[in-house]
Design a protein around this ligand. Structure first.
Ligand code: NAP
Length: 281
């Protein structure tokens, strides 16, 4: 099987490493030649190409792994150079605008979203096994080409779920985009403590709990901005709801309504189990 990866950063480079280890032939395209050379040196790809050249005619699948706002421009730049049978997918964390435009540009386009990553970027942070045991959304109903895309993600160890693009965007607003904004707000608010000595003490005492809650708010700001831009209405919906819940918690504390606060926190503990089945996850 021959696979092309466009955008050889954390996600694209990690996918390339896994696919090559599985015996796929992998070619790459990226913005900078130095990145392509590094991917070749790391054994992530067999070959790389420039934009605007005919791509291998036996390419089965292309995965676009560029920053989210470059996904559609990248697809538009590829369509004249790909064999018509090639399936194209992407990894962007928002699906509705990408799938709507992607399907118009390329009939064999199917959106994906592998739920894997970390706070690093670029080819130097690519690692094998990044996707193993993680969930992946594929926009489709499990027929024809979406099954081929499912099989690709399964081959790198992902648990694949088929879904609708709008449902995907609303779900990830809750479990991914809202947490980024809440966690960023936490980091900002802590940094605004007015007493310098209290701020400094907090920085010394911060341990695993703060590391858990602040991590996603300390990630790539460009990625966070793009999530908000492209999933604006779903994110606003979740932020409004979150603010209402936070107000309720604040009122319970202000009124010293400890019984109800404990009931609220018990419900939160129970609900978390629906998202993270093991207490330590
Ligand atoms: P990244 O490490 O910054 O990688 C993106 C790569 O795309 C860069 O290495 C850059 O390559 C290349 N690139 C930038 N502009 C380009 C262009 N115009 N044409 C071709 N290549 C271009 O970012 P990432 O974390 O891998 O994210 C990539 C995609 O994965 C995003 O769409 C994001 O929504 C999605 N995603 C990310 C995560 C996560 O946690 N990081 C999780 C799931 C999905 P050069 O080095 O050549 O400049």
């Amino acid at each position: 099987m021959e696979v092309g990866i466009v955008g050889l950063g954390l996600i694209g480079g990690s996918l390339a490493l896994d696919l090559r280890a599985l015996g796929y032939r992998v070619w790459g395209i990226s913005r900078r030649v130095s990145t392509c050379r590094q991917a070749l040196e790391r054994g992530a790809i067999d070959a790389y190409f420039d934009w605007g050249v005919n791509l291998p005619q036996n390419t089965d699948l292309v995965v676009i792994c560029t920053p989210i706002e470059q996904i559609i421009p990248s697809l538009a730049a590829l369509v004249d150079y790909l064999p018509s049978t090639t399936i194209v997918t992407d990894v962007g964390s928002v699906k509705t605008p990408i799938v709507a435009r992607g399907e118009k540009l390329w009939p064999n386009f199917i959106g994906s979203h592998p739920m894997a990553g970390n706070n690093n970027t670029g080819i130097s942070s690519a690692v094998p096994g990044l996707f193993r045991g993680r969930p992946c959304a594929v926009v489709g109903k499990g027929d024809g080409i979406s099954e081929r895309v499912r099989d690709l993600w399964r081959s790198v160890g992902m648990e694949v779920y088929f879904c609708d693009a709008q449902d995907h965007d609303r779900a990830v607003a809750w479990i991914s985009h809202l947490p980024v904004m809440i966690s960023a707000a936490l980091n900002l608010a802590c940094g605004e403590e007015s007493m310098a000595e209290v701020r400094a003490l907090g920085q010394k005492l911060a341990s695993s709990g703060f590391a858990d809650t602040s991590r996603v708010g300390g990630g790539n700001p460009e990625l966070g901005r793009m999530m908000a831009q492209m999933n604006r209405s779903a994110l606003l919906h979740t932020l409004d709801h979150y603010q209402a819940v936070l107000t309720k918690i604040r009122q319970q504390i202000e009124r010293e309504d400890w019984n109800n606060l404990e009931i609220t926190l018990s419900l939160a503990q129970k609900l978390r189990g629906n998202y993270c089945p093991t207490p330590s996850s």
